[in-house]
Ligand binder design. Sequence first.
Ligand SMILES: [Zn+2]
Length: 74
Amino acid sequence: MSAQSSSHCRSCESTNQNMFNGEIAIHFPGLEGLDKPIVWVFPKLLVCLNCGFTEFAIPETELRQLAESDRAAA
Ligand SMILES: [Zn+2]
């Protein structure tokens, strides 16, 4: 096995992946979501250029906003 650092797409196993800078507005689903503030995140996106599957991690601050807003609904 080669020691290359490139990872495989979790969906199609392709190594044809590239990093992009993302700008994502996260909306809460449903009618209640309309009253909640949109959470903006700017993650690094690991995009599979073969099938379109994309991975990214939401930074801690924004993650907390999502968790707290979600709890407030329950
Ligand atoms: Zn893929």
